[in-house]
Design a protein around this ligand. Sequence first.
Ligand code: FES
Length: 138
Amino acid sequence: MCTGRLPFLFDDNDSAPAMTEPSTPTILFDGTEPLGASADLQDNGKPFFFQLPNGQKAFVIRWQGQLHGWINECQHASVPMDFDGDILEGGRQFILCPYHGAIYQPDTGKCVGGPCRGSSLDAVAVEERDGAVWLKQG
Ligand code: FES
């Protein structure tokens, strides 16, 4: 039976991620508010999800100390990749699409495994200033 899970990518209790509806972005970004406080974006932790003014869903993560913003859309089937408010797999080394297992490098956005290997996520320019994370202007 196919459970849709990738056992080598999940640690701890041997359970697959819940295949729920994608998270609703908590911020409809209009350029006047930060995406969140810098202190709340933990290194290799969960992302901030947001929506661009054009409606595209996106996220920003801090990975190995650097911010990286990406459109939240798998290059395989154009679906959001988050599950349970997270975007990284259990080992915290790759962005994981839970649908068919595509894995992306968090810093380059390049797909390095799965059905869309060789493709890349679309970048979103982000920056950190005044203790907050912002969509980069200009
Ligand atoms: S939709 Fe992401 S791997 Fe298929």
